[in-house]
Ligand binder design. Structure first.
Ligand SMILES: Nc1nc2c(c(=O)[nH]1)N[C@H]1C(S)=C(S)[C@@H](COP(=O)(O)OP(=O)(O)OC[C@H]3O[C@@H](n4cnc5c(=O)[nH]c(N)nc54)[C@H](O)[C@@H]3O)O[C@H]1N2
Ligand SMILES: Nc1nc2c(c(=O)[nH]1)N[C@H]1C(S)=C(S)[C@@H](COP(=O)(O)OP(=O)(O)OC[C@H]3O[C@@H](n4cnc5c(=O)[nH]c(N)nc54)[C@H](O)[C@@H]3O)O[C@H]1N2
Ligand code: SF4
Ligand SMILES: [Mo]
Length: 697
């Protein structure tokens, strides 16, 4: 007998709605959950590899405790009872000696993280982190400084846009399925697309204008664009008058930054910049400047991203079809939200986070913290000692730079517990691996789905686990109970959790059966544009935000050119992703490893000729004492100052036999980068590293 089970994909952090066909006890088919019109039946390649993830035998099949040195790969398989006992015995000792604040947690974050946050709150530590110091922190804080709203404060209506401007946002390969489909609809509807990247990507193929920008100079381009738009008055005066403060200061600040000046910095001709501004003037207000992600990996990304947020305001594209819109919450649809699992747990006694977010760094959001700063705290014991580390669905050894330096510091800890589905680099380095069931084998807590029609979504178990694995909720509820915090986790089943979450709403668990999600509004909700809400003190969009300036972060920062490669075969190392992989995760997946087995080093054709490198040659890449060899991809499609690698390859975990030793890992070449981060935005400056490339004779 066949049945359809609706769930939520977990192959990457986008978490698309899916529909799984189960025959008997086996999953036999997966596709997008077409009850969601934006999704249809589409999935990306990684989502399509879901069933093979479950069948992959080269992943942890039961809890494991380390028997050799950290990272050596000597393990004993243990029962869940033994694993829980081992962890709680150690943890109780650590807390008795150094206090609960000595426990840190790093997590992917996202809509199911509420339970993990509740666990940390119950344990009594303020030190919960998500991954965002390597992802969107700069854009997030930039958005807060302009709108008083975080980076998820707006969503983008690509489908109805007249012009989509993407700074390194490789929307057709670095995929969010619904977003990519919306983008392609926009393209088919005739939208202009301006794509800016030192490298030609698939998205370039959908663009009406491509600029091969000199790496690290987006801020200069944005200053030039904004200068010209203000000079020519190509902006929405009525919107700006009503909603934007600080325009005169911006005009004065921008005086020197003409398109001609920007041409010198970026390599993009002034005439083209002007032509772009003229086109934008015709296309506005339905213009979307995407605030970027990879734009958030340079040391001035906070400022580049701020300028993008300001440009959106100048376009007047806020809360209109074809522009930016507020993702509406259950409250906007007249419903209560999901009750937080930590709502009834008292806040930890310790108020100061070890990473200093909210205290030493008052302008950084406390919630997700800034994980790179934890390394300093572990190393120095300041502001207090850090002894135990829980890591869940996060792989700092891949996601943060300089894995060797990270290992040296993490080795000072007394306990590392990794909850993972794979033998990831961090799991391999841990003391205990708690194997989570693959996502189609587990239930998760309910999530809130914000949007024009807000609602709630449910990931449910489609099939039983084939190994001795558990769902995350089972793991943390059990750990909390064994740590004497059971009163805050009185749950015996996932239904107990779902009912707790739904208690203030009118929604019942059965309501999810029909479609996999529940919508709280029939029609799209748009705010009245005369009553917009911004989170700043003035309630307006603030070009100069006094609160930020008082915290030591100037809002209008003069441009400083990026560091230049020294020549003689030195290049800036840039990176990105492709459609078949998610970060450093599925490189050992039986299907995905066949689609793309290794990465190559993209190098500009003129540069390659100078160095005597031919397409397909093996070349050596060097940074400090780190060396590796990789196949060169010689191409005109990359700026001469940069070389490019796909992220996530170069696996060195022997248990991952299919991926072991294939290609090179970008993060190992980022020497000393753990300490290089944007002081205004907080994000790690991952793209500010240089390597030397040599032909192998
Ligand atoms: N050099 C370099 N560094 C980067 C990037 C880059 O391109 N280059 N990209 C940056 C970006 S944008 C991001 S978002 C971060 C991403 O880096 P991370 O936040 O670390 O993200 P992921 O790769 O999504 O997931 C990490 C871990 O989750 C595990 N995992 C996968 N599925 C499951 C599951 O179902 N359950 C559990 N418990 N674990 C699971 C994986 O095995 C892996 O160990 O990296 C950042 N760092
Ligand atoms: N298939 C797949 N999809 C994903 C992910 C995944 O791992 N795999 N990860 C998800 C996550 S967590 C994220 S954050 C997003 C990331 O989405 P994107 O930010 O679109 O990600 P990347 O593919 O890393 O693209 C980065 C691009 O920035 C370019 N770049 C480098 N330097 C510069 C510069 O100075 N200026 C400009 N303008 N561009 C530059 C690089 O050449 C590269 O093409 O993707 C999400 N979607
Ligand atoms: S983008 Fe692909 S892998 Fe990520 S959640 Fe959606 S279908 Fe799954
Ligand atoms: Mo990301």
């Amino acid at each position: 007998m066949k049945k359809t089970v609706y769930s939520i994909c977990g192959m990457c952090a986008v978490r698309c709605p899916v529909s799984v066909t189960v025959e008997g006890k086996e999953p036999v088919w997966i596709e997008g959950n077409s009850n969601d019109g934006g999704m249809g039946k589409s999935l990306c390649a990684k989502g399509g590899a879901t069933l093979s993830q479950r069948l992959d035998s080269q992943r942890p099949t039961s809890p494991m405790i380390r028997t050799g040195e950290r990272g050596e790969g000597q393990w004993k398989h243990v029962s869940w009872d033994e694993a829980f006992d081992y962890i709680t015995d150690k943890l109780k000792g650590i807390i008795a000696k150094d206090g609960a604040r000595s426990v840190i947690f790093s997590d992917r974050g996202g809509p199911f993280a509420d339970l993990r946050k509740a666990f940390m709150k119950a344990i009594g530590s303020p030190n919960y982190h998500n991954h965002d110091c390597t992802c969107g922190r700069n854009t997030h804080h930039a958005s807060k400084s302009v709108y008083g709203l975080g980076r998820k404060g707006f969503a983008y209506d690509y489908k109805n846009a007249n012009h989509i401007v993407l700074f390194g946002r490789n929307i057709t390969e670095s995929i969010k399925v619904k977003e990519a489909k919306g983008f392609l609809k926009g393209v088919n509807n005739g939208a202009h697309v301006t794509y800016i990247d030192p490298r030609v990507t698939n998205t370039t193929g959908k663009a009406t204008r491509y600029w091969q920008i000199k790496p690290g100079t987006d801020y200069a381009l944005l200053l030039g664009i904004t200068h010209y738009i203000l000079k020519k008055e190509y902006y929405d005066k009525a919107f700006v008058k009503k909603w934007v403060t600080g325009l005169p200061k911006l005009k004065t600040f921008l005086k020197p930054y003409t398109p001609e000046w920007a041409e010198k910095e970026t390599g993009i001709p002034a005439d083209e910049i002007k032509a772009f501004c003229e086109e934008i003037n015709e296309d506005r207000p339905k213009v979307i400047f995407h605030p970027g992600w990879m734009l958030a990996r340079y040391s001035d990304s906070f400022y580049a991203s701020r300028m993008i947020h300001i440009l959106n305001a100048l376009m007047g594209s806020i809360e209109i079809p074809g522009g930016l819109f507020y993702p509406k919450t259950p409250k906007d649809a007249g419903s209560a939200g999901l009750k937080s699992l930590g709502a009834d747990i008292p806040a930890p006694e310790e108020k100061e986070r070890a990473d200093g977010c909210g205290t030493r760094y008052p302008h950084f959001d406390k919630g997700p913290g800034m994980f790179q700063l934890v390394y300093e705290a572990i190393e120095t014991g300041k502001p207090y000692p850090i002894k135990a580390y829980f890591v869940h669905r996060h792989n700092p050894l891949i996601a943060l730079p300089d894995s060797d330096e990270q290992k040296r510091i993490l080795n000072k800890l007394d306990l590392i517990v990794a909850t993972d589905v794979y033998f990831s680099e961090i799991a391999w380095f841990a003391d205990v691996i708690l194997p989570e069931s693959t996502y189609i084998e587990r239930d998760s807590i309910l999530r809130t789905e914000k949007g024009l029609k807000p609602g709630f979504g449910r990931r449910q178990k489609c099939v039983e686990p084939i190994n001795d694995t558990k769902a995350g909720w089972e793991i943390y509820v059990e750990l909390a109970k064994r740590m004497g915090k059971g009163e805050y986790f009185p749950y015996e089943s996932i239904e107990d959790i779902w009912n707790y979450q739904l208690q203030d709403t009118k929604v019942k668990i059965e309501d999810f059966d029909e479609k996999g999600f529940v919508k709280l509004a029939k029609d799209p909700i748009w705010y009245d544009r005369s009553k917009l809400k911004f989170g700043t003190d003035s309630g307006k969009i603030e070009i100069v935000n006094k609160k930020w300036e008082d915290m030591g972060i100037p809002c209008l920062q003069p441009y400083e050119p990026p560091a230049e490669p020294a020549g003689n075969g030195e290049y800036r190392l840039i990176f990105g992703r492709c459609g078949f992989q998610a970060h450093g995760m599925h490189h050992n997946n039986p299907i995905l490893s066949q689609l793309l087995g290794s990465n190559k080093l993209w190098i500009n054709a003129d540069e390659a000729a100078r160095l005597g490198i031919g397409d397909g040659d093996e070349v050596e890449v060097v940074a400090g004492d780190t060396k590796g060899t990789i196949e060169a991809k010689v191409t005109d499609f990359i700026h001469p100052q940069a070389v490019f690698m796909l992220h996530g390859f170069g696996k060195d975990i022997p248990a991952q036999e299919r991926a072991f030793g294939k290609g090179l890992a970008d993060q190992v070449f980022m020497k000393g980068q753990l300490k290089k981060w944007d002081k205004a935005g907080g994000g790690i400056s991952l793209m500010e590293s240089f390597v030397t490339v040599k032909a192998l004779s």
